[in-house]
Design a binder for this molecule. Structure first.
Ligand code: NAD
Length: 333
């Protein structure tokens, strides 16, 4: 099939491309390179350096595709509280543009990558039937994009599925972004002899997924004819860990001897976030095969092989006031 992936130079997009090519599909995709890495782009795809918000271009380059995976986003939940204009533009405006182009081009199926930020601060584990209650601009823009997709797709007869991935780690993930990807940031810092920086007491709890365990779920959401109009959490519900524990696991893996540095908590950070994997197990055959310890090992191996990097502050910080984290204001990471 002809498959188009937005955000193809990013983490999820590049893995999807690799697996879909291996399955014999014809893959193309775009990325505006705000966050992607050219090294992630397979030579076997057609790549367009284009921005998803450009409706005319997106209509041009998605023409002839049968399935669209919309992975492009500035997936910066914490930063979205301080750069709401920049983040929501690359989530909501980008999504509406790709959805519109897909409808114009009569795309058969649209798979949207949402986020567990859709659930906000509710009782865990989050299940797909819960109301969406996002608490930050990133989550709000994801929910708005989901609604826009469901509404317009149903109206125009386009199939859709929504994946809700959470805290995925593994090779190809950006590790020099000071605003996101906690495990990769900890590894990149520890490998440079610097301590992990933890917001608050480090007791915020998360559940991490390994990329190879979740990618097949995304593939099924695109290719399985019997699965449509589904919203599915994609990732594990075992091994919930605190960020403090994650810092210890990373330090042990890379042989860093110091202690983490604790700084004031970030506003709006959800304390406990984990998703039920029951639906994914049932309809997608999801199974956690990689332990957190092993996932960290593989991610550290990737970062060592590409080489440590200094952190890049290339994204706008729109609201710079007394509640903006010092790490970002003073570029401390
Ligand atoms: N990785 C995770 O743990 C995770 C968790 C929840 C949700 N998601 C969602 O999955 C999707 C993929 O995430 P990821 O981790 O691969 O992120 P990523 O940052 O690695 O990849 C996203 C890519 O989108 C590109 N991009 C951003 N705005 C764009 C625009 N306007 N036009 C074109 N390209 C643009 C970036 O340059 C980047 O390469 C996102 O929608 C994200 O919200 C990811």
């Amino acid at each position: 099939m002809k498959i188009f992936i937005t955000g193809i130079a990013g983490f999820l997009g590049s893995h999807l491309a690799k697996h879909l090519i291996n399955l014999g599909h014809d893959v193309s995709g775009n990325d505006n390179m705000i966050g992607g890495d050219l090294e992630n782009i397979s030579k076997k795809i057609i790549f367009y350096k284009e921005d998803c918000t450009d409706l005319k271009k997106m209509t041009e380059i998605t023409k002839g595709s049968e399935i669209i995976y919309h992975c492009a986003a500035t997936a910066h939940e914490g930063l979205s509280v301080f750069s709401p204009n920049f983040i929501t533009k690359n989530i909501y405006l980008a999504s509406t543009s790709v959805i519109t182009a897909s409808i114009i081009n009569k795309i058969k199926r649209f798979v949207f990558c949402s986020s567990m930020a859709r659930y906000g601060e509710q009782k865990t584990p989050f299940t797909e039937d819960m109301d969406t209650k996002p608490v930050d601009p990133y989550g709000i823009a994801k929910v708005a994009s989901e609604k826009c997709l469901m509404h317009l797709a149903d109206l125009n007869g386009m199939e859709w599925n929504i994946a809700v991935p959470h805290n995925i780690i593994g090779p190809n993930q950006k590790y020099d972004d000071p605003y996101r990807n906690v495990v990769s940031i900890f590894i990149n810092r520890n490998l440079q002899g610097k301590p992990a920086i933890i917001y608050g007491d480090g007791e915020q709890k998360r559940c991490f997924s390994y990329i190879d365990d979740v990618i097949f779920c995304l593939i099924k959401l695109g290719l399985d004819k019997n699965i449509t109009k589904e919203i599915v959490n994609v990732g594990p519900d075992e091994e919930t860990v605190s960020i403090k524990e994650v810092a210890n696991l990373v330090a042990n893996e890379v042989g860093f001897n110091g202690n983490p540095k604790f700084i004031p908590e970030r506003p709006k950070e959800v304390k406990l976030a984990s998703c039920s994997a029951d639906k994914a197990r049932k309809i997608l055959g999801y199974e956690t095969k990689t332990s957190l310890r092993n996932s960290i090992k593989k991610t550290a191996h990737f970062i060592k092989s590409r080489g440590v990097k200094t952190f890049e502050y290339n994204l706008p910080l729109e609201i710079n006031n007394e509640i903006t984290p010092e790490t970002w204001k003073k570029k401390l990471i």
